[in-house]
Design a protein around this ligand. Structure first.
Ligand code: HAM
Length: 431
């Protein structure tokens, strides 16, 4: 037999080990709290969807659809690992005819997304998003509230150097008008553009404005701004959004060149980036916008919608290091058979009062168990040996203050709980 294969997680996909999971849990809890305070309820959808769902909603000419989807064939169906959550939410909305149940739905979700991109700092192939979607509200009030919620949440998480970029892509009246103005601007410049952008002029001229290529950037400088071509209705929506953001004291920058990589947007478009922490070039923390035609495009009724998603890995990079808050806990060290039985019972009693407990039931030496107790982060260590069993006592070691006392076994549970939880441990225990 040869050397066994040492498997690795797939490229661009990462394990999140217990030593770092607390940062994720803290971030997720902050997101869930903010979303709940704003009236959102959680939705969970499958991680796989029919491939066509993404092709139709995200758009055939996008990088995501053209190059980044994990697609496979099974039982005659083409399935794709979701590259984002919006299409799935809209699919679920249509499938369950949710508009018949309530006029406005506010949904949030959290979970892994998959895009076969080139891995870099802040760019994975499996990454995690938390997102919100609102169905049934044409805005602009909910647009302003959504952006404001995101900014407050980032500020509360201690993320500085935030930049909020907003734009409007207009609606069905504005888009064709602007498209033809943009084509008139781009066509004569075709020779100066990269091959990639040149191929996109006719297919999706908006995307040319978003090119990262230096030459393309220079060529599109001075391109007409969509904001100058907004229809009256689109302009009223746009102006109200800005007024409401100002009222909410959200600092923003108007960025008419903001395009984003997904084709489903109209009207409000936004992105929040930061140069804080260890973020590198991938500095977009969250992005979103309106997609008022997606529900109808997927076979549902005419229902306006808006949403955003934020990348959890990037937010964690931007948050930098933070102090872990360790819940107080007790480490039980029994020595010998009888003591082990009593240690188990003591641990159960403590847990019933809400105390976290670790019992070291190994037959190792006292020294090695105490070493583990010390490195466990526990505040109190309860030692039970043969002599404690005989005298009906427990040795309590305070690992913070380095003191030790002997307490009666029948009062030990209450004493430990009082010390770790304050004087009002959770009801329901027996001691
Ligand atoms: P998106 O801009 O493609 O939008 O992604 C949102 C966020 O997900 C990005 O700002 C970034 O933080 C994170 N992200 C995207 N790709 C990666 C990656 N490969 N690695 C790490 N993080 C990544 C959407 O996905 C839309 N569904 C947002 C939306 C919701 N629009 C309307 N509703």
């Amino acid at each position: 037999m040869g050397k066994p294969t040492r498997f690795q997680a797939p490229k661009g996909m990462h394990d999140i080990l217990p030593a770092e999971i607390w940062r994720w849990q803290r971030l997720e809890a902050a997101f869930i709290e903010a979303a709940t305070l704003h009236g959102y309820s959680e939705i969970r959808t499958p991680i796989l969807e029919p491939t066509d769902l993404f092709v139709r909603s995200i758009g055939e000419s996008t990088d995501v659809v053209q190059k980044e989807m994990y697609t496979f064939q099974r039982h005659d169906d083409s399935l794709t690992l979701r590259p984002e959550g919006t299409a799935s939410a809209a699919r679920a909305y249509v499938q369950h005819a949710v508009q018949a149940l309530e006029p406005i739905s506010r949904w949030y979700y959290l979970g892994p997304m998959f895009r076969a991109e080139r891995p870099a700092r802040g760019r994975q192939r499996q990454f995690h998003q938390a997102g919100c979607e609102i169905f049934g509200d044409p805005g602009p009030t909910c647009d302003a509230e959504m952006i404001s919620m995101l900014v407050s949440m980032f500020v509360d998480l201690g993320i500085g150097e935030l930049e909020v970029s907003i734009s409007s892509l207009g609606g069905p009246e504005t888009r064709p008008k602007y498209r033809s103005v943009l084509l008139d601007f781009l066509r004569p410049k075709a020779a100066d553009l990269s091959e990639h952008s040149r191929a996109r002029i006719e297919v999706n001229p908006f995307r040319v404005l978003d090119s990262k290529d230096e030459g393309d950037r220079a060529a599109v400088e001075g391109a007409p701004s969509i904001l100058d071509y907004l229809s009256d209705e689109d302009r009223a929506h746009w102006d109200a959004l800005k007024t409401q953001l100002e009222a909410l004291e959200v600092p923003f920058r108007v960025s008419p060149g903001l395009v984003r990589g997904l084709d489903y947007y109209n009207r409000t478009l936004f992105e929040i980036s930061s140069s804080a922490g260890e973020l590198g070039a991938q500095n977009a923390l969250a992005g979103g916008g309106r997609y008022d035609t997606m529900v109808e495009d997927l076979g549902g009724p005419k229902i306006p919608a808006i949403g955003f998603a934020m990348g959890l890995e990037r937010i964690l990079l931007a948050m930098g290091e933070s102090e872990r808050v360790v819940e107080p806990s007790c480490f039980v060290v029994p020595m010998g058979e009888k003591a082990t039985i009593d240690g188990l019972v003591l641990a159960r009693e403590l847990r019933q009062l809400g105390v976290r407990v670790d019992v070291d039931g190994r037959q190792n030496s006292l020294k090695s168990k105490l070493r583990r107790a010390n490195s466990s982060g526990a505040r109190v260590c309860a030692i039970i040996g043969e002599s404690e069993i005989e005298t009906g006592t427990v040795q309590l070691k305070d690992l913070l203050q380095h003191s030790q006392e002997q307490v009666p076994r029948d009062r030990a549970t209450r004493i430990i709980a009082d010390r770790l939880l304050g004087s009002t441990p959770r009801a329901g225990g027996n001691d």
